[in-house]
Design a protein. Structure first.
Length: 145
């Protein structure tokens, strides 16, 4: 049987589904008495407008998601009395950034995330982030529906 989790990553996009997965990650982190890394990766492929119209658009988007994540943390503090949470917002490609950068950097042994918000057609074209992470992460993965 696996020992208690030491580092938990909660990958979110700001949606209601990701809020649910975050709160599940908080429950697990609290029961394991461990730190929680709250991560949101702004998709570089969808932020190309920042290149055309100036870097301020990307900066604005990053600030907006940080504020959303701070609200998530406030929920965790009020609902579960848990505050050992680090917020990370970065730009990149969510699939590869989570698997190749975030999980190894924090030496995470669990990642918690919501099921894909994509419809069937989008999953065929670009693939589900949660599916990619499940297949490629070198740690346990919990998908919250």
């Amino acid at each position: 049987m696996k020992e208690a989790y030491k580092v938990i990553v909660s990958a979110v996009d700001g949606s209601e589904n990701s809020r649910k997965s975050f709160l599940r990650a908080v429950q697990i982190a609290k029961s394991n008495n461990t730190k929680l890394i709250l991560v949101s990766i702004i998709d570089s492929s969808k932020s190309s407008s920042g290149i055309r119209y100036g870097i301020d658009i990307v900066a604005d988007e990053m600030e907006e998601i940080k504020e959303t994540l701070e609200d998530f943390v406030k929920d965790a503090e009020e609902t579960y009395e848990f505050s050992d949470i680090e917020i990370v917002v970065q730009q990149g490609y969510p699939k590869s950034s989570l698997v190749e950068d975030v999980i190894p950097y924090y030496n995470a042994d669990l990642i918690v995330m919501g099921a894909s918000g994509y419809n069937a057609f989008e999953r065929v074209l670009i693939g589900s982030i949660s599916e990619y992470v499940t297949r490629n992460a070198q740690c346990d993965v919990l998908i919250v529906r």
